[in-house]
Design a protein around this ligand. Structure first.
Ligand code: COA
Length: 260
């Protein structure tokens, strides 16, 4: 697939996906969602890629939401499908990816933009970022997982207030809420994320894959996180990474994980 609305840069074991529709504040239209699906799938299948960072082009926006012009005339059926397909192709897909995904929030993260950031495994914001779920101001609700993931991250009361008021919060408040892990300057945002990514990439990607699965299971109504953890923990013992990690520790050397 030729990408029109995103581009990917790869360096060492790290890939950065940039959503590139700056004139529309990187709003997520149907094509961008499809391109992101393909990009995440390909990068996840690439064994050399250990961490993915996603950000928005320009200094103004990460993503200013789903593209309102595309769904303004939708019927009930089309609205439901928009939500279902988006969740399946992008938001749930990213959350359940084996490769760690960091959202580098470089400006407005609104509606689908904040929902995308929340689907990532964790978030870092620049100090000028502003976040919110303004959907009720448009007569609709968050449909890409926002009603579920925001309360998971910030607590039910804060999520209720943010969604009901349709308001925006700044980076410091988002940090206080636990919505973002770090706040740094705009210039530092990508280098900072790359530093974290580099630390992650020194560890076993197989073990990280199992950890993501177990952590996510705890937030699913139809899964028992503790049982998933037991299975995932056990499975680690059958991996080459486990053999290498434990041998390296006992040999007092740095592990060189084969990733299998
Ligand atoms: N969907 C489609 N287009 C969008 C968009 C979105 N979610 N967000 C911004 N854009 C477009 C604007 O229509 C405008 O396009 P134009 O130049 O062709 O008119 C362009 O991006 C720039 O946005 P603009 O509103 O002029 O910038 P601003 O600095 O005045 O305001 C925001 C910035 C983010 C406050 C404002 O764009 C906004 O409220 N966007 C919608 C946010 C939202 O409700 N998202 C949830 C959608 S479910």
């Amino acid at each position: 697939m030729d990408f029109e609305n995103i581009y990917i840069e790869e360096e060492n074991n790290l890939a950065t996906i940039t959503i590139n529709r700056p004139k529309k504040l990187n709003a997520l239209n149907k094509r961008t969602i499809e391109e992101l699906h393909v990009a995440f799938k390909e990068l996840d299948e690439d064994r050399d890629i250990k961490v993915i960072i996603i950000t928005g082009s320009g200094e103004k926006a990460f993503v200013a939401g789903a593209d309102i012009s595309e769904f303004a005339n939708f019927s009930v059926k089309e609205g439901r499908q928009l939500s279902a397909v988006g969740q399946q192709h992008l938001f749930d897909f990213v959350e359940n990816l084996s490769t760690p995904v960091i959202a580098a929030i470089n400006g407005f993260a609104l509606g689908g933009g904040l929902e995308l950031a929340m689907a990532c495994h964790f978030r870092v914001a620049s100090s000028n970022a502003r976040m919110g779920l303004p959907e009720v101001s448009l007569g609709v609700i968050p449909g890409y997982g926002g009603t579920q993931r925001l309360p998971q991250l910030v607590g039910k009361g804060r999520a209720m207030e943010m969604i009901m008021t349709a308001g925006m919060i700044d980076s410091d408040k988002a940090f206080g809420y636990g919505l973002v892990n770090h706040v740094v300057s705009s210039e530092e945002l990508l280098p900072f994320c790359m530093k974290i990514a580099s630390r992650i990439s020194n560890n076993s990607s197989v073990a990280i894959k199992h950890a993501i699965k177990a952590i996510n299971a705890g937030f699913k109504y139809d899964a028992d996180g503790y049982s998933v953890e037991i299975d995932a923990f056990g499975n680690c013992f059958g991996t080459d990474d486990f053999k290498e990690g434990t041998s390296a520790f006992l040999d007092k050397r740095k592990a060189d994980f084969p990733g299998s």
